[in-house]
Design a binder for this molecule. Structure first.
Ligand SMILES: *Cc1c(COP(=O)(O)O)cnc(C)c1O
Length: 462
């Protein structure tokens, strides 16, 4: 197959079925349906091989922050590949794009964070974080402080370490996870788990599980706490206002390291550069990826606070860890240009002051729909809960069934909206306009109406 572009959809699907194992996919089911082949994209839209145009409400996988079709990003990749396609940052070497990217990241990050370790993805970043947390406590003479506290239903990637730090049960069920030394406390998911408590009281209570776990296991064993500023893949779960200040207080009081996984929140999603800026978090580590390059090339990193980086620099000797593609020059050049675009075109300020508030206002209107129990969001990320009974916050049985129906309706109506169980989520490119937001809302509403109409025909029994 020399020219896949010349093949029609069914030919492409046949080859895909035969040779391609997809991530997070039931391959048997997929092979029966056939893959959707995405062939091109521009701005906030993608097209499939059948010519269908879809508004990409997920920015790919939360990553295409500057939108599709930015020629400057293709050009810097091309130029960098001609000049120096690859060199490593091991062995006392580095490359100009990696240097430039590290510098701009230090400028954009909170003041106490000025150094970055490059990786190839968000999952790798979280592998690196575990290595750094444990090395840090080693160097301070407390190697037993190796336990990292995380949260149920967190997403921190899909490698052994990433999936272990993550709190997704269905992932832990495969491959003998989590690895030792990681424990999970409850998530601040008021809508589904808050019961009769009011949101602020609930937020405080789940935050205090961190303190209870530290005291229960013994402070001498606990090295760090990791959390996404807002949970993305778990269903765009936004903690109550009481949550982060209490987490901050506990981390400070006990001197444990705080990891804010910025892989989704970083680079403008909330209308600030980082989710930590939005929620007032003061992290020791910020894993980054996704929006770092707007997904144009794979790259990630771990940003490290001065107090930790000083120890890892001055006392460590050789840090026995790194990736062939740490600081990859073409990926770094694209990421650098991407950050310059976000900064120079004031894209994040526009999200904060204009398109973010507009999306949130229109998104809340979805609560008027009979199926929608809650519509929530910040900046350009949002979720709606599809429920059977709004007053009781009661979900439909066979979680994910109604969500799947709604997702399929969205696709038919020209919108990519993702289903996490029966929670529908969006995270569009940051360059989305108000007119395109109106289009998104209109398509979401139409799809919700079609979902409501389909519900009497759903068999919830088997
Ligand atoms: C996507 C994601 C990751 C994993 O990133 P990959 O690049 O897919 O490895 C880690 N953390 C969070 C919060 C994510 O959303």
């Amino acid at each position: 197959m020399n020219k896949p572009h010349n093949l029609d959809t069914s030919e492409l699907q046949a080859i895909d079925r035969k040779h391609h194992l997809h991530p997070f996919t039931d391959s048997k089911e997929l092979n029966e349906q056939g893959t959707r082949v995405i062939t091109r994209a521009d701005g906030v839209y993608i097209w499939d091989s059948e010519g269908n145009k879809l508004l990409d409400g997920m920015a790919g996988l939360w990553c295409v922050n500057v939108g599709y079709g930015r020629k400057e990003l293709a050009e810097v990749a091309y130029e960098q590949m001609l000049e120096l396609p690859y060199y490593n940052s091991f062995f006392q070497c580095t490359t100009p794009p990696a240097i430039g990217l590290a510098e701009i990241l230090a400028e954009l990050a909170p003041d106490h964070i000025n150094r970055v370790f490059f990786t190839g993805s968000g999952s790798e970043s979280n592998d690196t974080v575990i290595r750094m947390v444990r090395r840090y406590w080693d160097l301070l003479g407390e190697p037993q402080k190796s336990v990292i506290i995380s949260r149920k239903n967190a997403y921190h990637g899909s490698t052994m370490a990433g999936a272990s730090l993550g709190g997704m049960k269905f992932m832990h069920e495969q491959g003998g996870l989590p690895i030792p030394g990681i424990v999970h406390i409850d998530q601040p998911y008021w809508y589904a788990e808050g019961g009769d408590q009011d949101p602020e009281e609930f937020g405080l209570n789940v935050a205090q599980q961190l303190e209870a776990t530290i005291l229960d296991m013994g402070l001498d064993r606990i090295g760090a706490f990791i959390a996404e500023p807002l949970q993305g893949a778990g269903g765009v779960i936004i903690p109550p206002d009481s949550y982060w200040p209490e987490i901050g207080r506990i981390c400070d009081k006990y001197g444990i390291l705080l990891i804010a996984d910025e892989v989704i929140c970083g680079f403008g999603r909330t209308g600030k550069w980082f989710g930590s800026d939005y929620f007032g978090i003061k992290p020791d580590f910020m894993p980054i990826a996704k929006g770092l390059s707007s997904g144009y090339l794979p790259i990630g990193g771990v940003m490290v606070s001065d107090r930790v980086a000083d120890v890892l620099t001055d006392k460590c000797g050789e840090f026995a860890h790194g990736y062939t593609y740490s600081g990859h020059p073409a990926a770094a050049a694209v990421a650098l240009k991407n950050l310059q675009i976000l900064r120079d075109e004031h894209i994040i300020e526009t999200v904060e002051k204009d398109t973010g508030p507009y999306l949130q206002k229109r998104w809340r209107e979805l609560e008027n729909h009979p199926l929608v129990g809650e519509a929530r969001g910040v900046g350009l990320v949002g979720a709606i809960e599809i429920v059977k009974d709004k007053d009781k916050r009661e979900f439909f049985p066979k979680e994910g069934t109604v969500g799947g129906v709604c997702r399929d309706a969205c696709i038919r109506n020209g919108l990519v909206m993702r289903a996490v169980g029966d929670t529908m989520i969006i995270s569009p490119p940051l360059i989305i306009t108000k007119e395109q937001i109106d289009e998104l809302i209109e398509k979401a509403l139409k799809s919700l109406d079609e979902t409501a109409a389909a519900i009497p025909g759903i068999n919830f029994e088997d």
